[in-house]
Write a protein of this length. Sequence first.
Length: 277
Amino acid sequence: MSALEWFAHKPLGGGIFWIQERFYESGNRANIWLVRGSQRDVVIDAGLGLRSLPDYLRDAGLLTPAESAGPRPLLAVATHVHFDHSGGLQHFEEVAVHSAEAAALLRGDNYEAVTWLSDREVARPPRPGWSARQFRVPPVRPSRLLQEGDVINLGDRQLTVMHMPGHSRGSICLHDKDRKILFSGDVVYDGSMIDWLPYSRISDYVTSCQRLMDLVDRGLVEKVLPGHFNIFGAERLYRLASSYISQAGVCHKISTCAMRSIASIALRVANSRISSQ
């Protein structure tokens, strides 16, 4: 299967494109965002990597400016290293990730990447004989380590890094302050926030949600482009963040601790099988 078959995109205007993996039929299917600038293009998250995303962007004509001056430099930014967001980083020459998860990406740590993919989630295999048992996030050497407050300069637009741990220890949002757009990764999306993975932390998540609410209070976000599901606005963002904080009590912490233990055991078993293949 070619990259043109595997991916599909939708232009949102303003130099932003929404890209998805057509045949990965799962709630874990991540949104991929292409943001075009006057001097640099940025891909936010990269999907599973079963087909080459840069090939798709090139073949679909998304990397060539209207004046046909040739493609601009392309940077892939991972909002975090979980497999559904980082598997495709292997196909990019320039990769950026928060420093807290850089080592995991460099060693191809499929425990921290929370790699669990099943055959039933892939409606059409990317090549003959492919099996989900073969899938893993390969080691990738980041070319740029991100920190809170860093700015990714695209020329006519800037994306500010906001370190928002909780879902994972290196989770980030990217904030286009001028356009009041937040690329939120898995920090927040229109669904239940996951805080029971090996490197999740409820107290960090509460702090991150407080920051999200503050962005809304200050009128700094009007549109959220999340890591999963649909786009939403500031009012919904505030509701999702405040709801998480209100539910993060003792009972939630106890149940989350139990779920984290189960998830950790399952991941270690799954990854020991991968290592033995």
